[in-house]
Ligand binder design. Sequence first.
Ligand code: ADP
Ligand code: TYD
Length: 202
Amino acid sequence: MSKPRFITFEGIDGSGKSTQSRRFAAHLQAQGEGIVLTREPGGSPGAEEIRQLVLTGDPDRWSPETEILLFTASRRDHLEKTIEPALAAGKTVISDRFADSTRVYQGATRGDLRGMVDSLHNLMIGREPDLTFIIDMDPATALERGLARKSGEDRFEDFGLGFQETLRHGFLALAKANPGRCVLIDGNRTADQIASEIAAHA
Ligand code: ADP
Ligand code: TYD
């Protein structure tokens, strides 16, 4: 694969994305690759402010349509201020979540808003990762892991298990529809086992 690269990690809450994106970044760094490890929502000062708005408060604080706008605004800032400058400087960018999260969380869980998500993405973002790892795992275990962290940013975990199951199917469908860039990873294993499978794609 030609460098620089834009790599993303996706999956349901608590599936191990943060753990694996950190480990993959460390692995590439150890091979001498320049890396920027970032996350969504967030990854730039403005986008981190929007993160607080969307991840805290009651589950019904924002309608799905307003969420699409907020996540897209946060992504646009992240792209302008962090991702594009890093790629232009020849670095590899690894992001814990990106546009696939909006496609699944806002596009397919509370009504069919995928058309709206895609239109806004084309208008404001217009960029896909070169490679996406989708970590698939049992939603009950993932939810337990996620809530055990008590991060205070649990607005989406608070939608419950049925919601996480819908998300899981959304990510599986996305992986199937985009075989060129998406690699499906079985997350029901130890962190070491998963990290070595991912490292093999470096
Ligand atoms: P995500 O970013 O997808 O929410 P994290 O990487 O933060 O997931 O992991 C959620 C929790 O589960 C963390 O406490 C983490 O230490 C733990 N964890 C991550 N991967 C594994 C694994 N393969 N097996 C058991 N626990 C894990
Ligand atoms: P994250 O910090 O990755 O949470 P977790 O570690 O629990 O996976 O993401 C925060 C939440 O934001 C997560 O529940 C998914 C949600 N989200 C969306 O709904 N749409 C989006 O576009 C993004 C990027 C995240």
